[in-house]
Design a protein around this ligand. Structure first.
Ligand code: BGC
Length: 594
C-alpha cells in the first residue's frame, strides 16, 4: 500500500529525531542536569568543593557514597559505578589474584577508574588494614605490632613508622587505612591485645596521635593518606564471657555502662586523635551496656561529633550495623540515625541502598542526616586529594631497605628485658657454642603475627624479604659458626653449651580467635625449653607473643627472659640487643608478672 503524505512526514520526523539522538544526546544527560564541574577545581577550598558537589547529587548518588563494600562481594565490577559506591574494602586477606605489589596497584587502579566513570566522577575510597605496615602485601615491610611500638614509648619513631607505612600503601594506589588502633585493653585474655599500644590511655593517646600525624602528614598541607582511629568506644573494656559472637569469649562483648570509666580510660586516645586531625573514626563491634555502639547516638553524635568536634566521617565495622536488632531496614535506619556516615556492609549493597532510600522517602531518615554523612565523606575525599591523584610513589618503596632499617630499629627498641641473672645478657659473640631452639626461632610468619597477608597470619618461615630471629643471630656472629640450631632442641653435645636460647611463644591469631584464658606456653615449647636447659649452662628465653604470658611457674629456672612481642619481618633487631650492640630500652606496655 503506498504511503500517504502524513505518513511520509512522520517517517521523516522519526528519522531526524533518530539522527539527533545518535549525534547529540549523551544518554546520561537525558534525565540528569548538566554537571557544574567547579568542585574539581583544586584551588577552591574543601568546603566550597564539597558544597558544589553535594548540591548536584541525587539521592541515589548520596546513598551510594555511604556504602562501603568488601571487594570480593562485588561480583560485577561495574556495580561500583552503577551504584556510585563510596568505598571498597579489602578485608584482611582480600587480595588480588596476582598477590604482589604490582597486582595490588593494578586491582586498586581498576576499581578507581570504574568509580570515576560516573556522571560526577566521585572516586571510591579503597581501604585496607595496614596495621603494622602494608601487611596484606607480600614483600612489604612488617613493623612490630602496636604492642611492641607501645613498649618503645618513642613518639618520633612511631610517627616515622606511620609515614613509612603510608608510603608503601600509597604506592599501591590506596589512600585509606584502618589504623591506628586506639583500644585500651584491660584484659589481656582478649585476642586483640597486641593491636593496641598499651593498657594505658595516656600512652595510647600520645602514640596514637603520633601515628596519625605520620600517616596523614602535614608537610605539604594536603593529607597524604586517611587514618582511621578505631575502635570507638570502650573496646578493651568488655567482660569475659559477654561476646555476642558464639565463637568468641570477649571480643565483640559488652563494656559495662559506666560513663566515668568510659571517659577516663577509653575516650582520651580518641580526643587526641581528633586533635591530631584524624579524618575517619571506626565504631567498634562491642556494646556499651546492652546497646551496640553502632546504634548509640549519644556516643557517636553527641560526644564524638558535637562535644569533641569531629568533622571527618564515622565508619562502622565489618557487618557491625546488622548486629543491631530488628532486621536490616531497622538496623540501617538506627545506625545512620545514630551518626554512622559510611556503613561497612560488607557483603550486600543493593538491599542497603534500597532500604536507605525507602527510609528517606518515608521520613525515617531525614535528608539532612544523609547530607551531613555525605558531606563528611566528601570532605575526607577532597582532603586526601582523591579527585586529583591515583597512585603516588614507586612500588620500589615497598619493603625497601630504608623501611626495613626503621623496622629493625623499632624491634630493638621494643624488646623488654624481663629478667637477667648470672650476667646471662648480653651474650658475647665469640662464645661457643650458642645453642638455639624453639618454634618461633626460624619462623617469620609467627614473629609477624596475624594481619600479615592473611587475616589469621601464616605460621611458618616464609614472607619475601623477612629475616627470622635465628637468621638475625647468625648474621650477627658473622662467620664464627658458633650457633647450633635445632628447632626441637635435640642436641647431642659432649659438654654443656655456655649459652642456650629458646625462642618460643604464641601462634598467630586475630580478633576473637585469640580470646583465651590459658596464657601458658604450650607443652611443646616447655619441652623444648627443658631440653635447652639440660644442654646449656645458662638459658635465655625469648618470648614472641601478642601479650604477657603466664610463665610464673617456670621463669624462676631461667637466667634471662626477653619479651619480643610480635616483631614483624625484621628479626635482626633482636640480635642487635642480645649481643650488646644496643641496650635494652623497652618498657612494659601491660603488666607482666614473673
Ligand atoms: C575488624 C576491624 C577491621 C575490619 C576491616 C574487622 O573485623 O574489627 O578492625 O578494620 O575488619 O578489615
Amino acid at each position: 500500500m503506498p504511503m500517504n503524505k502524513s505518513r511520509i512526514v512522520l517517517v521523516i520526523l522519526a528519522l531526524v529525531l533518530g539522527i539527533f539522538l545518535v549525534f547529540f544526546w549523551k544518554g546520561d544527560n537525558i534525565s540528569q542536569p548538566d554537571v557544574d564541574s567547579r568542585y574539581k577545581d583544586a584551588s577552591l577550598s574543601i568546603e566550597e568543593r564539597v558544597s558544589h558537589l553535594l548540591s548536584q547529587m541525587t539521592l541515589d548518588e548520596k546513598i551510594g557514597q555511604m556504602a562501603l563494600v568488601e571487594k570480593n562481594s562485588i561480583h560485577n565490577k561495574e556495580d561500583v559505578s552503577r551504584y556510585g559506591l563510596g568505598g571498597i574494602v579489602s578485608g584482611a586477606g582480600g587480595k588480588p589474584a596476582n598477590n604482589t605489589p604490582e597486582g595490588w596497584l593494578h586491582m586498586v587502579t581498576e576499581y578507581g577508574e570504574i568509580s570515576r566513570g560516573t556522571r560526577l566522577g566521585i572516586p571510591a575510597l579503597y581501604g585496607v588494614d595496614a596495621i603494622h605496615g602494608h601487611g596484606n602485601v607480600p614483600g612489604a615491610t612488617i613493623f612490630p605490632h602496636a604492642i611492641g611500638l607501645g613498649a618503645t614509648r618513642d613518639r618520633a619513631l612511631v610517627e616515622k613508622i606511620a609515614q613509612a607505612t603510608a608510603e608503601e600503601v600509597r604506592a599501591t594506589g590506596i589512600f585509606w587505612v584502618f589504623s591506628p588502633n586506639l583500644d585500651t585493653p584491660q584484659d589481656i585474655r582478649w585476642g586483640r591485645t597486641y593491636e593496641a599500644f598499651s593498657g594505658d590511655p595516656k600512652t595510647n593517646a600520645d602514640l596514637g596521635a603520633a601515628y596519625i600525624r605520620g600517616l596523614q602528614g602535614t608537610a605539604t598541607g594536603t593529607v597524604e593518606i586517611l587514618a582511621t582511629a578505631k575502635h570507638y568506644l570502650g573496646a578493651g573494656g568488655m567482660q569475659w564471657g559477654s561476646s555476642s559472637n558464639k565463637d568468641f569469649k570477649i571480643d565483640q562483648g559488652r563494656t559495662p555502662p559506666d560513663e566515668k570509666i568510659l571517659r577516663t580510660i577509653y575516650l582520651p586516645p580518641f580526643r587526641a586523635a581528633i586533635d591530631a586531625g584524624a579524618l575517619s573514626v571506626m565504631v567498634g563491634l562491642n556494646s556499651w551496656g546492652d546497646e551496640k555502639i553502632s546504634a548509640n547516638k549519644y556516643l557517636i553524635t553527641d560526644v564524638l561529633k558535637n562535644e569533641l568536634g569531629f568533622s571527618g566521617f564515622v565508619v562502622s565495622d565489618w557487618y557491625g550495623v546488622y548486629e543491631i536488632p530488628g532486621g536490616e531496614y531497622t538496623a540501617a535506619v538506627t545506625a545512620i540515625h545514630a551518626g554512622i556516615d559510611m556503613v561497612m556492609l560488607p557483603f550486600d549493597y543493593k538491599t542497603f541502598i534500597k532500604n536507605v532510600k525507602k527510609a528517606v522517602r518515608k521520613g525515617d531518615i531525614p535528608e539532612e542526616r544523609i547530607d551531613d554523612a555525605v558531606r563528611r565523606i566528601l570532605r575526607a575525599k577532597f582532603a586526601v586529594g582523591l579527585f586529583e591523584k591515583t597512585s603516588v610513589g614507586d612500588l620500589e618503596v615497598i619493603g625497601g631497605e630504608e623501611h626495613r632499617e626503621l623496622a629493625r630499629e623499632a624491634v630493638r627498641k621494643s624488646l623488654v628485658l624481663l629478667k637477667n641473672q648470672n650476667n646471662a645478657l648480653p651474650i658475647d659473640k665469640n662464645i661457643s657454642p650458642i645453642i638455639v631452639a624453639g618454634t618461633a626461632a626460624d619462623n617469620v610468619g609467627r614473629q609477624s603475627g596475624a594481619w600479615t597477608v592473611e587475616w589469621q597470619g601464616i605460621d611458618g618461615n616464609w614472607l619475601p624479604g623477612g629475616t627470622s630471629i635465628l637468621e638475625g643471630l647468625r648474621r650477627a656472629v658473622a662467620n664464627r659458626g658458633n650457633i647450633l640450631y635445632d628447632e626441637q632442641a635435640n642436641f647431642n653435645l659432649a659438654n654443656k653449651a655456655p649459652i642456650g636460647i629458646a625462642i618460643v611463644g604464641e601462634k598467630p591469631y586475630a580478633e576473637g580467635w585469640g580470646d583465651s584464658d590459658n596464657l601458658k606456653l604450650s607443652d611443646e615449647d616447655l619441652e623444648i625449653i627443658e631440653k635447652v636447659k639440660n644442654a646449656s649452662t645458662k638459658i635465655i628465653i625469648i618470648i614472641v607473643s601478642g601479650r604477657p604470658l603466664d610463665i610464673k611457674n617456670e621463669s624462676k629456672n631461667w637466667d634471662g627472659v626477653i619479651a619480643a612481642w610480635l616483631p614483624g619481618s625484621e628479626g635482626q633487631g633482636v640480635a642487635d640487643v642480645l649481643f650488646g650492640d644496643y641496650i635494652f630500652s623497652g618498657t612494659l606496655p601491660f603488666r607482666w608478672d614473673l
